[in-house]
Design a binder for this molecule. Structure first.
Ligand SMILES: [Cu+2]
Length: 137
């Protein structure tokens, strides 16, 4: 094989070896119940992640998620539709904290995502901007 071919194959493998960012590192956070009986979690959204991206809350305890996005031009949101578990929100993220309140009523694992997508580019979800809310008994 000629050396330029080896180089070309090397470059192709490098390019193919970048799988978006779908295998995001798991950053787990277990909500603590505050003295007033509310379990609070703070979440940062950005390009293209949620931090934490694995949030654990207790069933039948009021929860407050305080969410903001990192500074920058890229818009982000957060959407979690699990009405069967008492959780149903869609929020456009801002630089400042906004609070989502709910009381989870059913144990389970519920995905949340950013549903932004620019034209024909990969959606933020495809780029790894997803997370999981786990409701424990
Ligand atoms: Cu986004």
């Amino acid at each position: 094989m000629k050396s330029w071919m080896v180089a070309a194959i090397g470059v192709a493998m490098l390019l193919l070896g970048q799988p978006g960012a779908t295998a995001a590192e798991k950053k787990a956070f277990t909500a603590k119940v505050d003295a007033d009986g509310i379990q609070r979690v703070e979440i940062l959204g950005g390009s293209y992640f949620f931090d934490p991206n694995y949030v654990i809350v207790k069933k039948n305890v009021p929860a407050e998620l305080s969410i903001r996005k990192e500074r920058g031009m890229t818009p982000h949101d957060v959407v979690l539709k699990a009405p069967e578990a008492g959780i149903d929100f869609a929020l456009e993220l801002k630089d400042t904290l906004q609070t989502v309140r709910f009381t989870p009523t059913k144990a389970g694992v519920y995905p949340f995502t950013c549903e932004k997508k620019l034209l024909f580019f990969e959606s933020h979800k495809e780029k790894g901007m997803t997370g999981t809310l786990e409701v424990q008994e």
